[in-house]
Design a protein around this ligand. Sequence first.
Ligand code: PLP
Length: 409
Amino acid sequence: MALINEHFLKLPNNYLFSDIAKKVNSFKVTHPKERIIRLGIGDVTQPLPPAVITAMHKAVDEMTSKETFHGYGPEQGYSFLIDAIIKNDYASRGIMLEQSEVFVSDGAKSDTGNIGDILRHDNSIGVTDPVYPVYIDSNVMSGRAGVLESGKWSNVVYIPCVAENGFIPDLPSRRVDILYLCYPNNPTGTTLSKEELKKWVNYALANDVLIMYDAAYEAYIQNPETPHSIYEIKGAKKVAIEFRSFSKTAGFTGVRCGYTVVPKELNGFTLEGKRVPLNKLWNRRQCTKFNGASYITQRGAEAIYSPEGKEQVKETINYYMSNAQIMKEGIQKCGLEVYGGDDAPYLWIKAPKGLTSWKFFEKLLYEVYIVGTPGVGFGPSGEGYLRLTAFGDRDDTLEAMARLKKWML
Ligand code: PLP
């Protein structure tokens, strides 16, 4: 008899985006003629950069001949990609990494979800609230989150990020062993300054806290003062793992590639207090459970660091960030409170007239045919907000703003 991991049964049945899909489908049945504009799910719409396509075609061609064919690659990623990552994403910011500190993967969702494999089940968790749901759900699955009581997990410390505190998280009121930080933030679209990030690194250093730093949206940062990596802060290599993704940077949501940095100086502890390098454990975990991202994918990812690739990536990001500006101005003109959108492709709107997130979602769907994501789906402090993404087509973005203005004004 195979006994199940009963922690899975604690997870609420419905996944946020399937709830949204159901509501959108029932709208479509009753309003078959209306054109819906989807600004809900955070998926990109623009094609891959041409430099990536060329590199992937070339890699496919290599697979046709015995001499250049690639079978299993290194579980940690090919050195051509790791070298490009270190040189362009880190050395350029004065951060020195060794090859063996970078682990290429099939994306940041897998890595942020799987990292718990190397940590004990009874660590306490801290998250900024609202939050990318994977951090919490993956901890529920491993039994680390405790039980759900009035919308909150008993072993998770929620650190509210709301308009009232400028979306700047305060240090947690209760001890946490593992803390998730995501900047630029999904869903609020806000960032942390170097000073604020320093506060967290110093807190982690003083309290032996492990920081999981998700920088999946760092390529969207426009403000030259905003940190792109947590390792820009002194001492961070001793306390933080950093997750990066090519999904939003270069349109890889369907191709699948990302990477995780686990510095050699970063330790976890045994119950007896002995220090153990987490790099070793993550390497062991990946070698056992992961067989590498495909050669073709990694050649595609490498191409984003070529001079043409960099230009093309910048162009697409500028396109999305221009959408974000159009949206922010449009929403503000409607008299709504809106946050984010300056250094991230997300806009976080306060629902008008005290509406709940779901009520605001339904009004937007039924009255202007725009699909957003209810903020409460990202955590209790998301109640009363709604997320829109800047990943849409320009024409759709402009039309969405025109509809919104007509509706509000
Ligand atoms: N981290 C955050 C904060 C995200 O919003 C997302 C995707 O939406 C991911 C990670 C997942 O990225 P990937 O496509 O690399 O799995």
